[in-house]
Ligand binder design. Structure first.
Ligand code: DHB
Length: 465
């Protein structure tokens, strides 16, 4: 199968929404590997504003200089098909649509995911499969650099949640050795997989330590408040609340996990805004906690200045200033969503356990902590290689092989992951001297693309430099 991009094979379409319209060329279902296992998923759609082909400029860009927004569609580590501009996420108009109006080229890849199962029963989307596919899709773009619309040197990766974690992994573009055998097996194009910048919303990442980070925040809160999602009519998700209290056993696991966090955090030697090393004492108090509280305070202050209501438990306001945020009261207010352990569960049945299964096993543990305490009839530990390949923190050694520009956003109401998880990644990148734009977005839950105009402004500031 040829991996050459054909610039003459497209459809022209127009989409309207909210009083805006864009006419674009759609290059769709481009299979990005020579030997696909699932051609529907291992394909990419590319969209280009039609006006570029009439020689026009949009937002100061041309067909040759437009940034390429490489937005993955992964959520929950599920399989994901390439997105179209018409695609709606939870009733919101797609970022692809706005990106086209704004003059970007949009490349939206599909990727395998944890629930993919072949007829013979083998799972083919576990572990590294999703990130391998996204890297293969990038290699396809680079392989076709001479004919791909837009500026190949300005690819911006974007993703949310599980897809945010994968977007972070794409920022480590030259750690090829680990992924290479998998890319080779698929017949990925022989080219680099470089991105210019990485945007990550609420990234689910550093899964080896995500339980610790979460429990540092929520230990002491035994009641959990989950939303159960079901697909309703017309593919619209329907949510119903599931509330409960953790068993004594889980409360004890929560406390144990929380007590392990300071040692992990202190081992990282992260540097705060004032140049001080951020630490925690054995009770989980210290400058790292103050740093997180500072992020929450800054976010609340911004909201207050925009005239938004910031009266939440733990937030102390005096006049036009947010004076302080009380950690325990704030976390109690936003509530725990997941029971302990929130990621590598002792039942071995969480999303992430399902991610770390392998060809023959649907689920596996990925931390020694939960493996040793497993309540599953046949506990299984994922391979160390696969665990390593899913965590960008394992690829920090060579600064020259990292994307230079990073943007992280997490909602202040996010209870799917701890605040410490994106913070650790952002601060680690900062410590390496990279350009990191990181903040908490007031009032947003676990989700993404909630500040598209700001995201685009960030991309413009980098690309128009
Ligand atoms: C996602 C959400 C989760 O709570 C989780 O554990 C993993 C992934 C997601 O939305 O992608």
């Amino acid at each position: 199968m040829s991996l050459r991009f054909d610039p003459d094979k497209y459809e022209v379409r127009t989409m309207e929404d909210g009083g805006k319209a864009v006419t674009y060329r759609a290059f769709e279902k481009l299979i990005y590997v020579e030997r696909p296992i699932d051609a529907t998923l291992q394909s990419i759609n590319i969209y280009v504003p039609e006006r570029y082909y009439q020689g026009e400029e949009i937002n100061g860009y041309t067909l040759q200089t437009a940034p390429i927004l490489f937005g993955n569609n992964v959520g929950g580590f599920f399989p994901s098909e390439p997105r179209t501009p018409e695609h709606e996420m939870f009733g919101h108009t797609s970022t692809t649509f706005y990106a086209l109006i704004y003059g970007y080229v949009v490349a939206t890849p599909g990727a395998r995911g944890r629930t993919n199962q072949a007829e013979d029963g083998f799972f083919y989307g576990k572990g590294q499969a999703g990130i391998v596919d996204l890297k293969a899709a990038l290699r396809y773009l680079w392989y076709n650099a001479d004919v791909i619309p837009g500026d190949i040197n300005h690819i911006i990766s974007n993703g949310t949640s599980a897809g945010g974690g994968l977007s972070a992994l794409l920022g480590f573009y030259d750690n090829a050795a680990d992924y290479e055998p998998y890319l080779k097996a698929l017949g990925a194009a022989e080219a680099k997989a470089e991105v210019f910048a990485a945007s990550c919303y609420c990234p689910v990442t550093d899964l080896e330590h995500a339980d610790l980070a979460y429990e540092w925040q929520f230990a002491g809160l035994p009641d959990f408040h989950r939303m159960h999602m079901k697909m309703g009519e017309g593919g619209r998700p329907q949510f119903s609340a599931v509330d409960g209290i953790m068993t004594e056993k889980r409360v004890s696991l929560s406390n144990e996990l929380a007590s392990l966090f300071p040692t992990y955090l202190n081992s990282l030697g992260l540097i705060g805004p004032n140049g001080d090393v951020l630490t925690l004492d054995e009770n989980g108090d210290g400058s790292f906690k103050d740093y997180i509280l500072g992020l929450l305070t800054a976010s609340a202050q911004g909201a207050l200045e925009r005239g938004e209501d910031v009266t939440l438990p733990g937030i102390q306001v005096e006049g036009d200033r947010v004076i302080s945020v009380d950690f325990a009261a704030y976390m109690k207010g936003i509530t725990r969503m997941k029971e302990a352990p929130p990621f590598d569960d002792v039942t071995m049945l969480n999303f992430e356990n399902n991610l770390f299964g392998d060809e023959r096993h649907d689920n596996a543990h990925f931390t020694a902590f939960s493996f040793e305490r497993s309540e599953h009839a046949e506990p299984l530990m994922a391979s160390a290689d696969v665990i390593r390949m899913m965590n960008p923190l394992n690829y920090m050694k060579d600064r020259g092989k990292l994307t230079q520009h990073w943007r992280f956003r997490q909602g202040t109401d996010d209870r799917d992951i701890g605040f410490a998880t994106p913070a650790i990644l952002a601060l680690t990148l900062k410590k390496l001297g990279l350009d990191v734009d990181y903040a908490l977005t007031w009032g947003e839950k676990h989700g993404g693309d909630f500040d598209v105009p700001d995201l685009f402004e960030w991309i413009d500031s980098l690309c128009k430099g």
